[in-house]
Design a binder for this molecule. Structure first.
Ligand code: 13P
Length: 265
C-alpha cells in the first residue's frame, strides 16, 4: 500500500522545551492514526534532537536532522557527523534545504556527498530541491530540478532507493515572503522529478515519495494532496502548532484516501 508522508521542518524556532512539548502533544493527538497509512515526521533543531528522541515513541513520529556532514569525524568545526546522529536514534537526514543552499552555500556536490553518507549510515535521505524565482522566470525550472536531482543521486544504487525521499520546495514559495505554488504547477514539477527518477532508476524510481513544500496551510493542503503526483507534504510555519497540524493531517488523510481509491478504480 502506498503511504502518505507528512512532516515538518522546525527550522530555527523552537528550543528544547518547546520542541518536546510540541512533539508530545502531536504524538498524543495522532495516536489513533495508522502509521502504515501515514508516515509522520518532524525535523527539530540540533540542540533539541537528543531530548526529542527521548520524548517521541519510535514508529509514531520519525525524527530527522536539518543537516549533516558527510564525514564520520574530523576537523570540521561546527558540523555534526552521521554517527553523532545515529547515537541519538535519528532516522532522517534532511539534505539540501533551499535555506542551506541559498544562505549557507550548500552545493549540489555536497548534497550528493551527504546523500551517500546518509545511506551508508542507515538514514533516510530527504533531499530538497526547487528552482528560484529567477529560474522560473527564465523558464529553466525543469532544467534546475533535473540537475539537482541527478547530482544529488549520482552513483546512488537502486537497492538503496527505499531510503530516498524528495521534497519539491520552490524557493519562491517558502517562508514568510513565500507565495504557495499553484497545485497544478507543483504537480507538473513533481512529474519532472518523477521522470528523472525513472530515468535513473528504471525499477524503483516510481516508488520514491515526492513531497510538496512551500507555504502549505489548511486551506491549500487538500488541493496539493489531490494532485496525482503529490505523495506528501513538507510543512514549515503552519505545522508548528500541534493542534492545527493535527487538523491538517486528518483533512489531508481523508483527501488522500479519496485520491488513492479513485486511482485504484
Ligand atoms: P513554510 O511552510 O513555512 O513555507 O516552509 C516550508 C519549508 O521550508 C519546509 O522545509
Amino acid at each position: 500500500m502506498k503511504r502518505l508522508y507528512i512532516g515538518t521542518n522546525l527550522k530555527m524556532y523552537k528550543n528544547i522545551r518547546e520542541t518536546c512539548d510540541y512533539l508530545a502533544q502531536l504524538e498524543a493527538l495522532t495516536r489513533d492514526l495508522d502509521r502504515d497509512e501515514v508516515c509522520l515526521f518532524a525535523i527539530p533543531s540540533y540542540t533539541a534532537l537528543h531530548a526529542a528522541s527521548g520524548v517521541v515513541s519510535r514508529g509514531a513520529i520519525m525524527l530527522g536532522a536539518q543537516n549533516m556532514h558527510w564525514e564520520e569525524k574530523g576537523q570540521f568545526t561546527g558540523e555534526i557527523s552521521p554517527p553523532m546522529l545515529q547515537e541519538i536514534g535519528i532516522e532522517i537526514a534532511e539534505i539540501g534545504h533551499s535555506e542551506r543552499r541559498q544562505l549557507f552555500g550548500e552545493s549540489a556536490e555536497t548534497v550528493n556527498k551527504k546523500v551517500h553518507a546518509a545511506l551508508r549510515h542507515g538514514f533516510t535521505a530527504l533531499i530538497c530541491v526547487g528552482e528560484t524565482a529567477r529560474e522560473k522566470e527564465l523558464g529553466v525550472a525543469d532544467e534546475r530540478l533535473r540537475i539537482q536531482v541527478k547530482i544529488a543521486l549520482h552513483q546512488v544504487e537502486e537497492a538503496n532507493l527505499d531510503r530516498i525521499w524528495v521534497a519539491y520546495e520552490p524557493v519562491w514559495a517558502i517562508g514568510v515572503q513565500g507565495i504557495p505554488a499553484e497545485p497544478e504547477y507543483a504537480n507538473e514539477k513533481h512529474q519532472v522529478i518523477r521522470t528523472v527518477l525513472k530515468e535513473l532508476f528504471p525499477q524503483k524510481g516510481r516508488e520514491v515519495p515526492i513531497l510538496y513544500g512551500g507555504s502549505v496551510h489548511l486551506a491549500n493542503a487538500l488541493s496539493f494532496i489531490s494532485q496525482p503526483e503529490v505523495d506528501g507534504l513538507f510543512i514549515g510555519r503552519f505545522a508548528w502548532n500541534a493542534e492545527s497540524f493535527n487538523e491538517l493531517i486528518r483533512a489531508v488523510l481523508l483527501a488522500w484516501r479519496t485520491k488513492t481509491a479513485i486511482g485504484k478504480e
